[in-house]
Design a protein around this ligand. Sequence first.
Ligand SMILES: C[S@@+](CC[C@H](N)C(=O)[O-])C[C@H]1O[C@@H](n2cnc3c(N)ncnc32)[C@H](O)[C@@H]1O
Length: 184
Amino acid sequence: MTWESPKERWNRIYAQGRRTPLRETLQRFVPLARVGRALEIACGTGENAVFLARLGFRVDAFDISEVAVRQARERARQAGVQVNFLVYDAATFPFPSERYDLVVNFYFLERRTFPGIRRALKPGGLLIFETFNVRHRAVRPDAPAEHFLRFCELTRAFAEGFQALHYEERGSRTVLVARKLENP
Ligand SMILES: C[S@@+](CC[C@H](N)C(=O)[O-])C[C@H]1O[C@@H](n2cnc3c(N)ncnc32)[C@H](O)[C@@H]1O
């Protein structure tokens, strides 16, 4: 078997028909965000980004897979909303300074984005982050441990300058909802 890069792997998976679901956590916590500019990291086929655009957010969303982004653009077109879908590797995404009222990250973990997320939120902006923690190794024993969040890792990464509004480690899933402080 030949080695596949993450981009090739995800392109193959999306070409085989995978779709990303609208995340319940987003529906539950989005009312805590000011409607304004939003960023979705690793947006897959765009359901969350389109949902946000329908709520009135001006959305930027990116993913490493151009196959997913193509499908996401088509989804937005069919929904009649504008979303700025981009193909980017999260490790090199140029996070701007204080642009977003909301940043969302679902089922993707690239720790090199953490400083960018902190910077890209406006004061008062909301972060909604959900992904697998180390308990998920029970179902993915082949995956390296660093692919999963350690316990309390997110609360530590977003402790300074943020107020945690919701945090849970339920089974193998971790959710953090945190607001960037207006006056840290
Ligand atoms: C498990 S899926 C999650 C997709 C979506 N966020 C969701 O909640 O369903 C992981 C996503 O991360 C994307 N991805 C993987 N590596 C990436 C990287 N380095 N930069 C940006 N996106 C990446 C994949 O293409 C895929 O869409």
